[in-house]
Design a protein around this ligand. Structure first.
Ligand code: PMP
Length: 352
């Protein structure tokens, strides 16, 4: 750390992304990426853009926004695109949180929310999940802050019914409620239809998981026109060209190739259900995940030990050294072959 660093950043604990080791080839089930390549249509559209990268991209991302608006059945004025959904989440922290409007989110959820609060110097309040890791809507009714809820939640994968989300949004008409739907395409239910009814709702989604674009960084927010204007004020004050040409073309292709997207989501859901059944036979309990990962705990072997032994066998999963969930593993649902390899590795470890 240099001596020049300001106090706000000096005391910041940055987000720690999942490991991306290069020294050995792992079966990588630790960062909820898709095991499938991007759609071939996306790749061909992106290839056409490569020779044009001497020119800035369209800062308004009109074509991409139109494609997203069609896909999620809203008007283009209701959409903003971002460099991964992390960026639009950060825009929401910048726009709506301050000393009088703290961020409010569950104690067990996406770890980046705390970091966004820190980097923006705004207070936050964590609300404990129920003992079964579900979220009680009643904890967020008439809230004193800006609510951030991942639905399905991470790392539990548990989905909150839309009727409960609506109660939260309806009871906080003077605050923005952000619903982070990074995993919604794997069996969740989107809150996007509610944006026509509530002007305080912001829904964020990503192309990182279900559309195989984690490496290209494309996310988006859907909300009332006024919220989108707010977020655009931040975008045009930080990085007007936040989505590059190649990513934009990939996104257009990925959104047009609906069948590829739907087939991939269906395959992940099938593998998730198969994996869950198989690991329960091995003495694990699993939360009811509607995401592209499972969240599991073994009856006798600790999460840390399983994580280390799996790593030793070339299978990388995510373990969180955090109270309440330190005995759990979050394991991304991969291809069928990866799923079989994971089950074999677990059987070997538990049989040792
Ligand atoms: N929300 C949740 C709950 C996530 O797990 C992630 C992925 N780490 C994100 C948002 C951000 O994903 P991205 O920036 O790749 O869109």
């Amino acid at each position: 750390m240099s001596t020049f660093l300001n106090d706000k950043i000096k005391n910041l604990t940055p987000y720690v992304p999942g490991e991306q080791p290069k020294e050995r080839k792992f079966i990588k089930l630790n960062t909820n990426e898709s095991p499938f390549p991007p759609s071939s249509l996306a790749i061909s559209l992106a290839n056409e853009e490569l020779s044009k990268v001497n020119l800035y991209p369209d800062p308004d991302c009109k074509d991409l926004i139109l494609e997203i608006a069609n896909a999620v059945k809203v008007k283009p004025q209701n959409v903003i695109v971002s460099n991964g959904s992390d960026e639009v989440l950060n825009f929401a922290f910048i726009s709506y949180c301050d000393d009088n409007n703290p961020a409010v989110f569950p104690d067990i959820t996406y770890g980046f929310y705390k970091v966004f609060a820190g980097v923006n110097g705004v207070p936050y309040k964590e609300i404990p999940l129920n003992s079964d890791f579900t979220i009680s809507a009643s904890d967020y009714i008439n809230s004193k802050g800006v609510i951030f809820i991942a639905n399905p939640n991470a790392p539990t994968g548990i989905n909150m019914p839309i009727s409960e989300i609506e109660k939260i949004v309806a009871s906080n008409p003077n605050r923005v409620v952000v619903i982070d739907e990074a995993y919604v395409d794997f069996g969740g239910e989107s809150a996007i239809p509610l944006i026509s009814k509530y002007d305080n709702l912001l829904v964020t989604q990503t192309c990182s998981k279900s559309r195989s674009m984690a490496g290209a960084r494309l996310g988006f927010g859907v909300a009332s026109e006024k919220i989108i204007q707010d977020l655009n004020t931040v975008k045009y004050s930080t990085n007007p060209y936040n989505v590059n040409r190649v990513t934009s073309a990939l996104g257009i292709g990925a959104l047009r190739d609906k069948k590829y997207f739907e087939d991939n989501c269906a395959e992940i859901i099938k593998n998730r259900e198969f994996l869950t059944q198989e690991i329960i036979k091995l003495g694990f309990t699993a939360t009811c995940s509607r995401a592209n990962f499972v969240f599991i705990k073994h009856e006798s072997v600790s999460g840390k030990e399983l994580y280390l032994k799996l790593k030793d066998k070339g299978v990388l999963v995510r373990h969180f050294d955090k109270e309440r969930i330190s005995n759990y593993l979050r394991i991304t649902v991969g291809s069928f072959e990866e799923t079989l390899a994971l089950i074999t590795a677990l059987k070997e470890i538990l049989g040792e």
